[in-house]
Design a protein around this ligand. Structure first.
Ligand SMILES: [Mn+2]
Length: 281
């Protein structure tokens, strides 16, 4: 298949630092060649915030989403699968804007809920609000200005492997319509959920925050948390998604190479991206 790898080497106001160094690491490890050997046609594009926007973390993140949205829209128009490598999860807002569908389903792998709002966050990390923004629960004015953005309905989201939640974030999540699949239940629960008419055959955006992986299989970033999925679990879950749904775009995020001292996460990420390309075909 034709794949547009959209690299977004950005993390919280900084380019190519911390998790913003992840996309370059994956590309220099031979990601494009690996996909090409799998029979795919690959084109690589990079998104950076407009220079004029590099002054405030919140506005910069949304300006960057605007750029990502345009790249994703172009990829869809030329029948390429948008495959985003990003430092931050908030880039999902730009991907969803590029897909621009109120009916989009989302399967979101993450150690965290990313469901904080400015009122519930303890860490003050904008990225911890990514899924909340995507579902229209906060930063609504800024999100609505990202060209093409339509909030995803909570009931159309499956959150997989989340285990490290702020207390008020946990309450919000429990009161939401978001479907949850715990680490260790991905085999049967995810398949059963995706067989439901709400998901079966539907268009889906797959978001893989690599810190969903258990630290025993490699350390993804400073936010890594115990009790995660094995790489094999993630691979199997991706295959289930590919069987039940139509993958319209995917992101692989939050990889900070400086924590991956033995390179296991780099290998895992490359493998998972290969699987995404295979099952999306
Ligand atoms: Mn995340």
């Amino acid at each position: 298949m034709k794949i547009r790898v959209i690299s977004v080497p950005y993390d919280s106001g900084h380019l190519r630092a911390r998790m913003g160094a992840g996309p370059d690491r994956l590309l220099s490890a031979g990601l494009a060649d690996r996909l090409q050997s799998g029979g795919h046609q690959v084109r690589v594009e990079e998104c950076a915030p407009p220079k004029a926007a590099l002054h405030a973390e919140v506005s910069t993140a949304f300006a960057l989403n605007h750029v990502i949205s345009a790249q994703v829209r172009e990829a869809v128009a030329t029948r390429e699968l948008p495959l985003v490598l990003a430092g931050n999860c908030i880039t999902s807002v730009g991907v969803l804007a590029g897909l621009s569908s109120e009916q989009m389903r989302v399967v979101w792998f993450d150690a965290h809920g990313d469901f904080n709002t400015p009122e519930t966050t303890i860490g003050g990390f904008l990225d911890g609000m990514a899924l909340s923004i995507a579902t229209g629960n906060c930063w609504t004015q800024l999100a609505s200005r990202v060209s093409g953005f339509r909030a995803v309905q909570e009931k159309n989201v499956v959150l997989v492997g989340a285990r490290d939640l702020d207390p008020m974030e946990a309450e919000l999540l429990a009161g939401s319509a978001i479907n949850r699949v715990a680490a260790g239940e991905t085999g049967d629960s995810l398949d059963a959920l995706l067989q439901d008419s709400a998901f079966s055959g539907a268009d889906v955006y797959v978001h893989v925050d690599l810190d969903v992986i258990d630290p025993s299989e490699g350390r993804v970033n400073q936010f890594a948390a115990e009790g995660g999925l094995s790489v094999q679990d993630v691979e199997s879950a991706l295959r289930v998604i590919g069987t039940r749904c139509r993958i319209r775009a995917a992101s692989v995020t939050a990889y900070d190479p400086s924590y991956d001292v033995d390179g296991r996460i780099c290998d895992a990420a490359l493998r998972l991206i290969e699987v995404i390309a295979e099952v999306a075909s």
